[in-house]
Design a binder for this molecule. Structure first.
Ligand code: MG
Ligand code: MG
Length: 250
């Protein structure tokens, strides 16, 4: 069941989105050579405390940290660690959200650590652009799979692959609501998009093949072929005036 949100509820979600965006942006400034993924997670946890908000992922399905941090060939759901020291040239995906008054925000960005090579640079650019290709489709004229179709079409034109095992989702008073929002699919299919739907759209894009596997820690998903992977995500509201990005500094 897809829960539609009122204008007032969307405003409340925009507050959660704005704080999510703020802390995520600050994480990018921490993600320098020599920092550990644990440092980034601790920073986010302390900012949540300062701002009196709750980190959305801590304890969700038993996840042990505030931020999912996935480096290089790690796709999503990486667990922050004191042993994972970032080095020049790495790319680090930070997936993060907060809860305010029961409303969730959810967003992800992949940052370059120091100077990164041109292949990594291009992957980050194309993945972020693909997110916006998906967001552009979030209008009441379109259907659900138009979002993924647009993302898939764009990234495959660069020879990249769309991860299939993980998808975007509805979001609201829960982190994961209906519908699932795949980053691939047939044009013109799926449920009609409606004003009041709030969706987290989150392409996970690999330089190599689409296949992923989960490490023995039970969380970290990596590319099977070891190729680089990037992840960008925004929470957006569908309105009669078009898509509104909620996870933005505004
Ligand atoms: Mg996320
Ligand atoms: Mg999400």
């Amino acid at each position: 069941m897809v829960v539609l949100k009122s204008t007032r509820e969307i405003e409340a979600m925009a507050t959660a989105g704005r704080i999510t965006a703020q802390i995520l942006k600050e994480m990018g400034e921490i993600a320098k050579p020599g920092a550990t993924t644990y440092d980034i997670d601790q920073f986010a946890a302390s900012r949540c405390k300062d701002l009196r908000v709750k980190a959305a992922f801590k304890g969700q399905y038993g996840f042990p940290a505030s931020v999912c941090i996935s480096v290089n060939e790690e796709v999503v759901h990486g667990i922050p660690s004191k042993k994972r020291v970032l080095k020049e040239g790495d790319i680090v995906g930070c997936d993060f959200g907060v809860i305010i008054d029961g409303w969730y925000g959810d967003s992800a960005r992949t940052f370059g650590v120091g100077k990164i090579n041109t292949e990594a640079e291009k992957l980050l650019k194309v993945t972020e652009e693909s997110l916006f290709k998906g967001i552009e489709m979030c209008t009441v004229e379109n259907r659900l799979f138009d979002i993924g179709h647009s993302i898939q079409n764009y990234v495959e034109s660069f020879g990249y692959s769309v991860v299939r095992e993980f998808v975007g989702h509805g979001i609201g008073k829960s982190l994961h609501e209906d519908p699932q929002v795949p980053n691939y699919g047939p044009k013109g299919k799926g449920i009609p998009l409606k004003s009041g739907m709030v969706l987290a759209i989150e392409p996970m894009i690999n330089v190599g093949g689409a296949q992923v596997r989960v490490l023995k820690d039970g969380w970290t998903a990596v590319t099977v072929d070891g190729s680089l992977s990037a992840h960008f995500e925004h929470t957006i509201a569908i309105t009669d005036a078009g898509p509104r990005i909620l996870t933005t500094l505004g």
